[in-house]
Design a protein around this ligand. Structure first.
Ligand code: PMP
Length: 275
């Protein structure tokens, strides 16, 4: 944790120097939203898209923010940190209560917190566990309330897995910290956007870029049985890029490692953002 540059309510300091109130609603209620914004070779990947999603998450919870100030603070954090390859974690919290109370005071002031950290963007192969999606009905908000994800991902870790693929009554939703794609020889498939999944920025970039390259993509409703037919399955996120699934612990698959469509999509993404 040493020497990680952070910013709390507009003041820059090292991460281990920052002190927050236990009455921060982030601490008592997870009444907060966040973004993870990657940058490679000091170039931010999809900055506007991340800022737009943060604004949307804040809007959904009626947080009034000054998005321009936040954007500038994030840019300043990247420049000041001198990190070349990494990401910004940035959190907006409703504020600090006088006393813990579900119903917040209308005069409460937004609390902001972010840091810049180094990250190695490397190809990953994942073992995953299939599990029931335990989460609430607004997974489209990038909230820090992630208990469902945390419970499932740690069950997966105890089974020697790296991630989960979640489903609601057999309908695939997403990974614990990622979106899911799978492919046959002809087409790439991914669950359509809904309140049950996070509108991942990597998902959005990938769909746009592979369609442009002539690859067929279908967004829709898919069942866990569709995964049995898949020739490849991969998960996407800002820190993982495209990470190939090599094994599902509790379901049979017919996955081919380094299947042609996965390799093509991965190359398109790397050429566009990680060079
Ligand atoms: N779904 C969930 C639940 C996530 O936590 C993440 C990563 N934050 C994603 C999808 C992927 O989103 P992105 O590509 O914007 O990182």
């Amino acid at each position: 944790m040493k020497n990680i540059l952070a910013v709390y309510n507009g003041s820059f300091d090292f991460l281990d120097k920052i002190k927050i109130s236990p009455l921060s609603r982030a601490y008592t209620f997870s009444d907060s939203v966040y973004e993870v914004i990657p940058f490679y070779n000091s170039k931010i990947i999809a900055f506007d898209e991340h800022i737009a999603r943060l604004e949307k998450s804040c809007e959904a919870l009626s947080f009034s923010i000054k998005i321009l100030d936040i954007s500038n603070e994030i840019l300043e954090l990247i420049t000041k940190s001198k990190v070349q390859h990494g990401y910004i974690y940035y959190q907006v919290t409703r504020g600090i209560d006088n006393l813990r109370s579900h119903m917040f005071d209308k005069d409460i002031s937004i609390e902001t917190f972010g840091y810049a950290v180094e990250h190695i963007f490397k190809s990953q192969s994942l073992k995953v566990m299939l599990c029931e999606d335990l989460r609430w009905q607004r997974c489209d908000i990038k909230s820090t309330s992630l208990l469902g994800n945390i419970m499932s991902m740690n069950d997966a870790k105890n089974l020697g897995c790296d991630e989960v693929i979640m489903h609601k009554n057999k309908i695939i939703t997403e990974g614990g910290a990622s979106n899911i794609f799978f492919a046959t020889d002809e087409c790439v498939y991914t669950p359509h956007l809904s309140k049950n999944i996070l509108p991942g920025i990597t998902r959005e970039l990938l769909i746009k870029d592979i369609k442009k390259a002539g690859i067929k993509v279908e967004e829709g409703i898919f069942s866990i049985d569709d995964l049995i037919e898949a020739k490849s399955i991969w998960l996407t996120s800002s820190t993982k890029g495209l990470a190939q699934v090599v094994e599902i612990k509790n379901q049979e698959t017919n996955i081919q490692i380094d299947h042609e469509l996965f390799v093509k999509c991965d190359k398109i993404f790397k050429d566009n953002y990680l060079t």
